[in-house]
Design a protein around this ligand. Structure first.
Ligand code: NAD
Length: 399
């Protein structure tokens, strides 16, 4: 009988046979799940465990069955079983339902979106040295313009807010504007940077870079930078050093963790020109959304980029990409990002041996010259196979 992951004295207690809910998702989600899940199950078995995957629904499937895109019982299961894994969920642009992904992150307080980005040898890349990029993006998940506080042009809410901003605070906003709010708090900013620092300490990584737009948005993004330095100084004092005070040994990765900060636009350039100088990147929500897709391009595209949304002792693992609607049902999409998100989940359970097995199986498959079309079409060396065949090959290469 499979058991639940629990929390004992504030720490995760993971049985060898945990129940793990999964959401197949919209678009390419179901076929990616079918290709990815056998590898995750086998990696667990080969390392002496057993995952009992339990289907839960969200998105179009939930709407069809239950009349809502995000049933309460889905959120309850994600909360109760602690670790879950999901495929992409569709969100219409400019109206309709709000993002289900954002809703899940906010409801479960999954405050850190974590996206490791490194190149798998054999995968195509638009840059000459993709091997120099090895970063982990920590994106704040609960605040910023993603908090969903925005009002359409001409509504009483927008008009009222603008009236206040103009009459009381002396602004000159066009009264017919739409308006959005960008909240950023010390608590949320610090817990995100703290999570980034904890990873750097655990994995002995050389630096944590705060990525912000504090030159323009001084009291939101500028404060994020200041709070980031503060949490490093106050809670990781002996282990960290600001870049301006770093010794040669620190800068070479042989000393303390160097805390850097970069303005977001510069950071986009830095990751192309000097990728080797960066390791952990911590940033507010919108910067993180943009930068993680741009970085994914360097390692072959969104089909290669895994992700996790982490809270305190609760986590939802998901690929970085969306529903790729043009590929849905065609056996074309790349399941690698979901497979690697699953490997992150195995690590989070404390099963790094199983996580490594999965990552090695992906590496071996690409080394054999086998890939899905999104990668193969960028090269003359890779042979394109379908989603299912790629998943089967990774499964076979698991050892
Ligand atoms: P997308 O990620 O679905 O697609 C962007 C591009 O990457 C497309 O060309 C697509 O074909 C390609 N692509 C994505 N995943 C791929 C894969 N696994 N294999 C091969 N190619 C892949 O982004 P979009 O088109 O901007 O959004 C489509 C829908 O997905 C929207 O409704 C959006 O809201 C949603 N979305 C969901 C999530 C999530 O669930 N976390 C994330 C991003 C977008």
């Amino acid at each position: 009988m499979p058991r639940e992951i629990t929390v004992v004295d504030g720490r995760l207690s993971v049985p060898d046979d945990p129940v793990i809910p999964f959401v197949e998702g919209d678009g390419v989600g179901p076929e990616l799940w079918a290709a990815a899940s056998p590898t995750l199950e086998k990696a667990a078995r080969e390392t002496g465990r057993n995952i009992a995957f339990k289907k839960i629904v969200a998105g179009a499937e939930a709407f069809k069955d239950k009349g809502t895109h995000l049933p309460g019982e889905t959120l309850d299961a994600m909360r109760k079983f602690r670790a879950s894994i999901k495929g992409p969920l569709a969100t219409p642009v400019g109206g309709g339902i709000r993002s289900l992904n954002v809703a899940i992150r906010q409801a479960l307080n999954l405050y850190a979106c974590v996206r490791p980005i490194s190149h798998v040898p054999g995968a195509p890349s638009p840059v000459l040295r993709p091997d120099l990029l090895d970063v982990v993006v920590f994106r704040e998940n609960t605040e910023d313009v993603y908090a969903g506080i925005e009002y359409a042009s001409g509504t009483p809410e927008a008009r009222g807010l603008i009236e206040y901003l103009n009459a009381v605070l002396g602004n000159e906003i066009n009264p017919k504007s739409a308006i959005g709010v960008k909240p950023m708090s010390e608590t949320a900013s610090k817990r995100l940077v703290r999570a980034a620092l904890n990873l750097a300490v655990k994995k002995k990584l050389p630096s944590v870079t705060l990525v912000h737009k504090g030159n323009i948005m001084k009291y939101t993004e500028g404060a994020f930078r200041a709070w980031g330095y503060e949490v490093a100084r106050e809670e990781f004092g002996d282990l960290t050093v600001p870049e301006s005070e770093a010794s040669e040994a620190d800068a070479k990765g042989a000393g303390r963790i160097v805390i850097k900060d970069r303005i977001a636009d510069n950071m986009f350039m830095q990751t192309l020109l000097r990728p080797a100088e960066y390791s952990v990147l911590a940033m507010p929500n919108l910067n993180g959304d943009y930068l993680s897709d741009a970085l994914a391009a360097q390692i072959g595209g969104l089909g290669m980029a895994p992700g996790a949304n982490l809270g305190d002792n609760v986590a939802v693992f998901e690929a970085t990409h969306g529903t790729a609607p043009k590929y849905a049902g065609k056996d074309i999409a790349n399941p690698t990002s979901l497979i690697l998100s699953g490997a992150m989940m195995l690590d989070w359970l404390g099963w790094e041996d199983a996580g490594d097995m999965v990552r090695n199986a992906v590496k071996k498959t690409l080394a054999e010259g086998i890939a899905t079309n999104d990668l193969a079409r960028q090269t003359t060396t890779l042979k394109a196979v379908g989603t299912r065949a790629f998943g089967e090959r990774v499964l076979k290469n698991l050892s």
